[in-house]
Write a protein that binds this ligand. Structure first.
Ligand SMILES: Nc1ncnc2c1ncn2[C@@H]1O[C@H](COP(=O)(O)OP(=O)(O)OP(=O)(O)O)[C@@H](O)[C@H]1O
Ligand SMILES: [Mg+2]
Length: 358
């Protein structure tokens, strides 16, 4: 699914393009007012004490700025940044090697920290709290743990799944910043900044048009901007205005609310084929010609968040907005609203819907 224009993830090539657009300081970082203020207090206090900052965790969906903030922590502290990630640390020894090579004050960024192996996690607890690792020498009954002092460092963790972090690890972060989706106005600011870095002329209407289709996510905003710029250069006047944005995003099948072809196919099947549901995930997936997992992980989170799809124990249902978005009138017996919004919806991943019987 990497060609999908509104995917929240990014591949290698995209990450390279992104790094050119990354804000380098907190003052350049758009939005997330609460996190920005909290973080600047933590960092300013550490600087005043001339000590490394407390450990910091950033949590939130992909593309909202966790890696960017991790880099900002290092640059605000004037400290070097060391990067690794949960999946790269499969043994305690991998972590011991990283930790023991840190210098005083260095910032260690562990991306996807929830994917670290359990034994490494336990080593990390001690390292975070006591700045020490116990290196085990020998095996079995004769094994001894030799404590190794570590320099004071700052751990910055990032996770898209804070709920998967064991409590002892979560508790050892002095500060956790929860990133939230951006408002359309904030995305306009992100786009303005990116346009000026890319040397692209962007009008206010062009920015609003792209911002509104970016699913609250700066990564998507920047990606759409690049595609609209292409259109403007090849078929337009070179200026990214409303017309260019609309025409380009029509080519890429991203609609006014940021839904793409797959999203719309899901909603369309739900409403036209199943009268608004409830319909089981696997049935829905077959009709749109996708794997159930793709529908569930790629399309649904955004649709649920937008109130365009409901998940219930009996299956997926259309909501009033779904019909409106497709320009359809809901049939009288369509499931609507509150009665179907069971508390289970609060944790959609935990719901395993049944195929409707009969
Ligand atoms: N607040 C912001 N202001 C300006 N640009 C931003 C902001 N947040 C993110 N971006 C841009 O969005 C892109 C993605 O951000 P980043 O890589 O930090 O996301 P992430 O949360 O680490 O995503 P992932 O979970 O996939 O690792 C970057 O190119 C960055 O420049
Ligand atoms: Mg990241």
């Amino acid at each position: 699914m990497s060609e999908r224009l509104v995917t929240t993830g990014a591949d290698e090539r995209e990450r390279a393009a992104e790094s050119a657009l990354r804000p380098h300081g907190l003052d350049e970082f758009v939005g997330q007012k609460v996190v920005r203020e909290q973080l600047s207090l933590v960092l300013d206090a550490a600087k005043a004490r001339q000590a490394p900052s407390d450990h910091v965790l950033f949590s939130g969906p992909p593309g909202l700025g966790k890696t960017t903030l991790a880099m900002i922590v290092a640059s605000e502290m004037g400290a070097p940044l060391r990067q690794s990630s949960g999946p790269a640390i499969q043994h305690a020894g991998d972590l011991a090697a990283v930790l023991s090579s840190l210098d005083e004050g260095e910032v260690l960024f562990l991306d996807e920290i929830h994917r670290m192996a359990r034994p490494a996690e336990e080593m990390l607890y001690i390292a975070m709290e006591d700045f020490r690792v116990d290196v085990v020498v020998g095996k079995g009954a004769g094994a001894t743990a030799i404590p190794l002092e570590l320099p004071k460092f700052t751990l910055v963790g990032a996770t898209t799944r804070a709920g998967l972090l064991p409590a002892p690890l979560r508790d050892r972060f002095g500060f956790t910043g929860y990133l939230d989706f951006y408002t359309p106005e904030e995305l306009v600011q992100v786009l303005r900044r990116s346009a000026s870095l890319l040397g692209v002329q962007l009008t206010a209407e062009g920015a609003a048009e792209i911002g509104g289709r970016s699913r609250g996510t700066p990564r998507i905003a920047n990606r759409l901007l690049r595609r609209v710029r292409d259109w403007a250069q090849v078929r337009g006047s070179g200026i990214v205005d409303r017309n260019a944005a609309r025409a380009a995003l029509e080519v890429y099948e991203v609609d006014e609310r940021g839904l793409d072809r797959l999203d719309r196919a899901v909603l369309d099947a739900l409403c036209r084929r199943f009268g608004g549901g409830p319909v089981g995930l696997s049935t829905l997936a077959v009709v749109v010609g996708e794997e159930a997992e793709t529908v569930e992980t790629v399309a649904e989170p955004f649709l649920v968040r937008e109130g365009l799809l409901g998940r219930t124990p009996r299956g997926r249902i259309a909501l009033p907005d779904t019909w409106a978005h497709l320009g359809l009138t809901p049939p009288r017996d369509a499931p609507v609203g509150a009665a179907w919004q069971l508390p289970l919806d609060a944790d959609p991943a935990g719901v395993e819907p049944q195929e409707p019987t009969g």
